[in-house]
Design a protein around this ligand. Structure first.
Ligand SMILES: Cc1cc2nc3c(=O)[nH]c(=O)nc-3n(C[C@H](O)[C@H](O)[C@H](O)COP(=O)(O)OP(=O)(O)OC[C@H]3O[C@@H](n4cnc5c(N)ncnc54)[C@H](O)[C@@H]3O)c2cc1C
Length: 398
């Protein structure tokens, strides 16, 4: 028996996880209040790859058409040697991947994904989003949750913490300290194609593997731009904060001597004004829920980006959190069921992303020259197990 929450569901954070949760709930007729700290919505951080599990979950939120209109549809991916540019291994994406998994693999600017989600939210309820509301504390009792924010107090049936790796909701529940530096730095930026020495990229998605360094590039916005992310395994993070404008000399020094195609991307990043990010993570939490409060996305399970699954898990979380709340039987049971559906999958994905990061950054340090190139984690990832479990348990789910 289901009982849809009568009070609004409060959601901390209007990132990918929070917006997907909100859209799923609003489509089922549940009121939401999305509390976002930023005074205006501005998504930064270059681009995002959406694997078939992510695109299927987004399709279930009714945003598939807008998503496809904004995204690139890569046809093939390759791993290349950092010095020779030789293709070490490759695989088909495009139609072949869509046929295998039932949904496409897409790539787009994060700002464009954010626009698709915010537009969908505002069509469903133009008043759902409260900007300038930084969550600072919470209290719950047997019937409701009250959240203190910089824009005042809000009360609802429950609270979904979708406020990212530095989650205030997680801190209020578990007080598990600040995120820890993971040992990786990333430089990210979007390079105009016409600024490259060689704009003919083949294939359209490539990862260059080097010793303790990797570089990913793929097209976005049709043929007009290339998203470039360069990673380095380093000993520590000594900077103030966790994102800052890149120092071009430092970036060049990390990737000196790389193949001309990779060097073209690094020079493009320097011209385009890349940002340098320290990648921070957290130890897995054994539980996410406390009573009427739970967590989604990076707030629940931050992960390294090496399987391209952080946003995908955030999207799956949002879809299944919304379905669980809609199908009750009450809020506390629904949050427990959401956690049961999501915890193992998200935790395993985070563990595999760690392992894949170690393998690709150490491959050319430790492996024999003819050792197989480690692409397995990505290829064996279960792109199917996305939004199906709740459907199977509850055939009435939309
Ligand atoms: C270099 C890099 C590349 C990546 N590439 C990919 C990829 O290709 N594919 C993929 O699937 N994933 C990728 N990821 C991971 C992905 O970006 C994250 O997992 C995803 O953005 C998490 O979304 P989220 O909504 O949980 O958190 P966030 O995107 O961090 O959103 C959190 C929101 O909460 C708000 N907020 C924070 N604190 C408060 C507060 N106290 N009160 C109110 N609001 C608050 C923030 O302003 C923000 O709007 C990558 C990550 C990195 C670092």
């Amino acid at each position: 028996m289901s009982s849809i929450p009568k009070e609004p569901v409060l959601i901390a954070g209007a990132g990918i996880a929070g917006l997907c949760t909100a859209i799923g709930l609003l489509r089922a007729g549940v009121a939401v209040r999305v509390l976002e700290q930023a005074a205006e919505l501005r998504e930064v951080g270059a681009a995002v790859s959406l694997a078939p599990n992510a695109t299927r979950a987004l399709d279930s939120l009714g945003v598939g058409e807008a998503l496809r209109a904004a995204a690139n549809w890569p046809q093939r991916a390759a791993m290349k040697h950092y010095r020779t540019g030789e293709e070490l291994t490759g695989y088909a994406m495009g139609r072949e991947m869509e046929q295998r998994w039932g949904s496409p693999y897409l790539q787009l600017l994060r700002a464009d994904l954010h626009t698709v989600l915010v537009d969908a939210l505002q069509r469903l309820d133009p008043d759902a989003l409260q900007l300038g509301a930084r969550v600072q504390g919470l209290q719950q009792d047997a019937g409701s949750v009250t959240v203190q924010t910089t824009a005042g107090h809000f009360t609802g049936a429950c609270l979904v913490g979708a406020d990212g790796v530095r989650s205030a909701v997680r801190a209020a529940l578990y007080d598990d300290g600040a995120p820890q530096f993971t040992g990786y730095v990333a430089w990210r930026g979007v390079v105009p194609t016409d600024s490259l020495r060689n704009p003919d990229l083949s294939p359209d998605t490539a990862v260059f593997l080097g010793p303790r360094r990797t570089m990913l590039r793929y097209r976005v916005r049709g043929q007009s731009a290339v998203n470039v992310v360069a990673f380095a395994a380093v000993d520590g993070w000594a900077e103030e904060g966790w994102s800052l404008p890149a120092d071009a000399d430092e970036l060049r020094a990390h990737f000196a001597g790389w193949h001309a195609e990779a060097d073209d991307m690094i020079e493009g990043l320097c011209r385009a004004g890349a940002f340098k990010w320290g990648l921070f993570g957290r130890a897995a939490l054994p539980r996410w829920q406390q009573g009427r409060v739970s967590l989604v996305g990076d707030a629940a399970h931050p992960m390294l980006p090496f399987l391209g699954q952080g946003a995908a898990m955030a999207i799956e979380d949002g879809v299944l959190m919304a379905r669980a709340l809609v199908h009750g039987p009450d809020v506390v049971d629904a949050l427990a069921r959401y956690e049961k559906l999501r915890h193992a999958r998200a935790s395993n994905t985070a563990t595999r992303a760690d392992a894949h990061g170690l393998r690709i950054h150490n491959h050319l340090v430790t492996a024999a020259p003819d050792a197989p190139v480690p692409r397995d984690d990505f290829m064996e990832f279960d792109f199917d197990a996305a939004t199906t479990p709740l459907d199977e348990q509850e055939p009435t789910c939309a």
